[in-house]
Write a protein that binds this ligand. Structure first.
Ligand SMILES: Nc1nc2c(ncn2[C@@H]2O[C@H](COP(=O)(O)OP(=O)(O)OP(=O)(O)O)[C@@H](O)[C@H]2O)c(=O)[nH]1
Ligand SMILES: [Mg+2]
Length: 407
């Protein structure tokens, strides 16, 4: 299964459960320990967003999911996750493991900022009494370190940029700047939008102050690396109050209560056949007899899930893709009556595209040639013909008709 193009970066303070979250989401075993700086090299794997499969809505008995999986009527859509080393305050000055490792996330499309909602680790990641450290402060310092990372990278060759501009060697300062930040996956239109938002004139760009440059970087970071706050260790009682505070303090960002630990346990018990649970479910069923220790863990997990409607792991990935990145799911088909592809497979592929994507853009996403020869599309749900400018809706099933198309 090929993952969706999006790269989800897992970031945060050290020793808060980043690798636990990664492992719970991907099923890959990685070192997890209750001490700072366990992860050094990044972990990369495939996690899944989950959505009701459109075959259910269409009243079909089943589908033939191919680039994704369909289990019990839910589509599991693969996405690439990267878990990196942890931060502490002053990482940009080299404290802890520094911040160089963040360079692996330059191209990340969205960040899952994992925080220890229970407040049971100090700012340096040392284990402490639950409730003794403030996760709001944690979000603030981690965000600051992310901004410093981007700022210092962009600032590092800023002087050269200014010099070139001052001798008149830059005909197109915005183009030159966009080139410099393209390593972060930032595009020229995004730079233009940020400059407009900050009221900076194109030709003034090389002359802006340090503070203004910092503002520009922060604006670009928010635009191009949106964030979901994952309030981890929600199973610890002290987390409840902190989660409310996180939600009210960071009201413009999705905050997802989570327990990576609970998800890890559930997946293990499910593999052992002791519980019935699908990742992302709001509840689970126990099958068979559990020993006392497992029963205790299961009680803890049940309480957590009743309170928050799940373990939060799949929910966090969903929020990253469908809320922070505002992606929608579309199912391309060849036969709009049978909802099949050329090989007769029912709804084989689901593609995630930004909300607002047009039918013609979708054609280009599938294949350049399909875009070039695009004639019109058919909404397979309504059997209606739609034009190039038709804006796709979530869970659309679409046939693209192109000139010279076979079949
Ligand atoms: N109670 C509880 N503990 C958790 C949870 N998630 C992780 N932990 C514990 O937190 C500790 C750190 O977990 P890791 O996953 O190694 O944390 P990390 O953020 O990757 O740490 P570094 O790689 O060292 O920066 C371990 O003891 C985990 O068992 C959770 O949801 N609840
Ligand atoms: Mg780790």
């Amino acid at each position: 299964m090929e993952p969706t193009n999006a790269l989800v970066g897992i970031v945060g303070k050290t020793n808060v459960g980043k690798s636990s979250f990664f492992s719970a989401a991907t099923g890959i075993q990685v070192p997890i320990e209750n001490r700072p700086f366990v992860t050094i090299e990044p972990n990369v794997g495939i996690g899944y967003a989950r959505k009701k499969c459109v075959h259910v809505e269409l009243g079909l008995p089943r589908c033939d999911a191919s680039n994704s999986a369909c289990i019990m009527g839910y589509r599991y859509i693969p996405v690439k996750l990267m878990d990196v080393a942890g931060l502490i305050p002053g990482a940009h000055e080299g404290r802890g493991l520094g911040n160089k490792f963040l360079d692996d996330l330059r191209r990340a499309d969205v960040f899952l900022l994992i925080v220890d909602a229970s407040g049971s680790t100090t700012s340096e990641g040392t284990p402490a009494e639950p409730g003794s450290y403030d996760p709001v402060e944690e979000v603030n310092f981690v965000t600051f370190e992310l901004d410093e990372w981007m700022y210092s990278s962009i600032k590092s060759d800023w002087d050269k940029f200014v010099r070139l501009a001052s001798v008149g060697a830059l005909k197109d300062p915005v183009g030159a700047f966009s080139q410099r930040v393209s390593g972060f996956g930032i595009t020229r239109p995004q730079v233009e939008a940020a400059l407009e938002k900050l009221n900076v004139n194109d030709v003034e760009l090389p002359r802006i102050s340090d503070d203004a440059l910092r503002n520009l970087v922060i604006t670009l970071r928010k635009m191009t690396k949106p964030m979901v706050i994952v309030a981890n260790k929600a199973d610890v009682p002290e987390s409840a109050k902190n989660i409310e505070r996180l939600k009210s303090t960071f009201s413009d960002v999705p905050v997802v209560p989570a327990s990576a630990l609970a998800e890890l346990i559930l997946r293990r018990l499910s593999t052992q056949g002791l519980v019935e649970y699908l990742p992302g479910d709001a509840e689970f069923k126990v099958k068979g007899v559990l020993d006392q220790r497992t029963q205790k863990a299961v009680n803890m997990i049940r309480e957590l899930m009743e309170r928050y409607g799940g373990t939060g792991v799949v929910q966090a990935i969903n929020q990253a893709l469908f809320k922070a990145l505002n992606l929608i799911a579309v199912y391309p088909v060849e036969d709009f009556n049978k909802f099949t592809d050329r090989k007769g497979r029912v709804l084989p592929d689901v593609i995630l595209v930004p909300r607002g994507t047009t039918a013609k853009r979708l054609a280009y996403t599938i294949h350049t040639e399909l875009g070039d020869t695009f004639l019109y599309a058919i909404n397979a749900k309504t059997k209606q013909r739609v034009g190039a400018d038709y804006e796709l809706r979530d869970d659309d099933v679409i046939k693209i008709v192109a000139a010279g198309a076979r079949g």
